[in-house]
Ligand binder design. Structure first.
Ligand code: GLA
Length: 499
């Protein structure tokens, strides 16, 4: 019944919008939050893994801070039947995909799947190119809520924006024709100017080659980096892209995301072990501020308490889920800082507006030493008016640290070890006054100025002034700036609904 109602609403929304384009499908008004198996498990997928992961999303309290999508990546198919319908690998999914989907939905979670706009997927499974309509119908029959659509084996139908757009639009239309609301997540690695056209047909689009579990180590297999960040001639964006490489790649066009269509910086590496805790804090904070979908990439059976307390930080998740939906942009980059043996070393300042007139501010230290960094209001608000001509530059600001209330490791351990149900998780979260979106959405919590979302006040910036902060090597300091007088009613921008 609920599903039927959801489909009708979806069709009405599409008709009202006068288009069948995915960006108007009413979905992903904030960046999707969930889990995807690829980064930690690759092709090691099965029904057991997905069901086990779904129940851990619930019992670890991750569902209660907003993670919803359980996404199955590559390696689930087993050719096609005589009618051309894609077959599920019954060795890995013995009861079929509909059964997996139903059990994920029973938890109140959503189910995602994967295919490729090629004749094969990247791991050489069955691709959907020229089978879009029947595969979209299969996804709808499996009650899929999210489709990641990859780019391998495109039969040469790539190399121009128009060709690639057409290849991806075919699946957008096929999904819409099923009548089922399905988040459409493009994975064409930033090729063929997807940052210019992705928003017309999709809810998100990848902007780089595959991420790997490194903060800044360069790797030739991740091409198309800072010297040619938006080049359409970029050959094989590839893999082994570090957090820093991806940030440098997106910087020139970081502002392209918007409610309903987001730039995907790839699934998260938090908890996989290749970066330090401080590096994972930077990775998570920037992915949130840039409004990337946040798909946990760790194997939840091996999740550490430290990783859990990064992933479940409500003050950072509230930046990701901010109702205004404006990605942060880079307002300063400094490369004249100490370098490591790879020649890598730089600092960045990223900032962007939030609902209610607040502003997110991130000072990223990717230099090879601890540094004092300085963020000037003049630079933070340069987009609103250079040389301090913006009214915001002439305002006093309160500085709130968004990592000051990170969950205690003991609480995280309790969630990981002792919690076996959503009720257990809710009880533990309640006992420590941790934020829970099933009682209060991020939007409502922000409207109520909930302190758990606003962070802890640590400093002030005087009008036309600057914030000076020590930032350790390879981490980020993350702040929510609040206009000092804004609390008394002076606001520069309102919640979107109020505009
Ligand atoms: C490509 C994608 C990855 C992953 C793999 C699966 O490399 O970019 O995110 O889906 O394929 O084979």
């Amino acid at each position: 019944m609920w599903k039927t109602a959801q489909s009708s609403i979806f069709i009405l929304l599409s008709l009202a919008a006068g288009t069948s384009r995915a960006v108007n499908n009413g979905l992903a008004r904030t960046p999707p939050l969930g889990w995807n198996n690829w980064n930690s498990l690759g092709c090691d997928v099965s029904a057991d893994l997905l069901l086990d992961t779904a129940s851990r999303l619930v019992s670890f309290g991750l569902m209660d801070v907003g993670y919803q999508y359980t996404v199955l990546d590559d390696c689930w198919s087993d050719g096609r039947d005589e009618n051309g319908r894609i077959k599920v690998d019954l060795k890995r999914f013995p009861d079929g995909m509909t059964a997996v989907s139903a059990r994920i939905h029973d938890h109140g979670l959503l189910f995602g799947m994967y295919s490729s706009a090629g004749h094969m997927t990247c791991a050489r499974g069955e691709g959907s190119l020229d089978h879009e309509a029947e595969d979209a119908r299969s996804f709808a029959e499996f009650s899929v809520d999210y489709l990641k659509y990859d780019n391998c084996y495109s039969k040469g139908r790539a190399g121009s924006a128009q060709t690639t757009f057409a290849r991806y639009e075919t699946m957008a239309q096929a999904l819409n024709e099923t009548g089922r609301p399905i988040v459409y997540s493009l994975c064409n690695w930033g090729e063929d100017f997807v940052m210019s056209w992705g928003v017309s047909i999709a809810n998100s689009w990848r902007i780089s080659g595959d991420i790997y579990d490194s903060f800044s180590r360069p790797d030739d297999r991740c091409s198309c980096t800072e010297n040619d960040p938006s080049s359409p001639w970029c050959v094989s964006p590839g893999a082994h892209c570090s957090v820093l490489t991806i940030l440098n790649k997106i910087a020139p066009y970081a502002d392209r995301g918007q409610p309903g269509g987001w730039q995907d910086l790839d699934a998260l590496e938090i908890g996989l072990g290749g970066m330090t805790d401080e590096e994972y804090i930077a990775h998570f904070s920037l992915w949130a501020a840039l409004k990337s979908p946040l798909l946990i990439g760790a194997d939840l059976r091996k999740l550490s308490p430290e990783a859990l307390t990064i992933l479940n930080n409500p003050a950072i998740l509230a930046i990701s889920q901010d109702p205004l939906g404006v990605p942060a942009t880079r307002v300063e980059r400094n490369t004249s800082v100490p370098k490591d043996r790879y020649g890598i070393g730089e600092t960045h300042i990223w900032s962007g507006p939030l609902a209610g007139g607040d502003q997110v501010l991130i000072l990223l230290n990717a230099a090879n030493t601890d540094l004092e960094m300085v963020a000037y209001l003049e630079d933070i608000f340069a987009g609103q008016g250079p040389s301090c001509s913006a009214p915001q530059c002439n305002e006093d600001w309160l500085v709130h640290d968004l990592w000051a209330q990170r969950m205690d490791n003991n609480v995280a351990s309790e969630l990981l070890q002792k919690s076996t149900s959503r009720e257990d998780a809710a009880r533990i979260l309640k006992g420590t006054n941790h934020y829970n979106v099933s009682s209060l959405s991020y939007k409502k919590g922000l409207e109520k100025l909930d302190k758990r979302l606003l962070g802890t006040e640590v400093d002030e910036i005087a009008a036309r002034g600057a914030l000076k902060v020590m930032v350790k090597r390879h981490t980020a300091k993350v702040f929510r700036l609040r206009p000092k007088l804004g609390v008394a009613g002076k606001r520069y921008s309102l919640f979107k609904d109020e505009l």
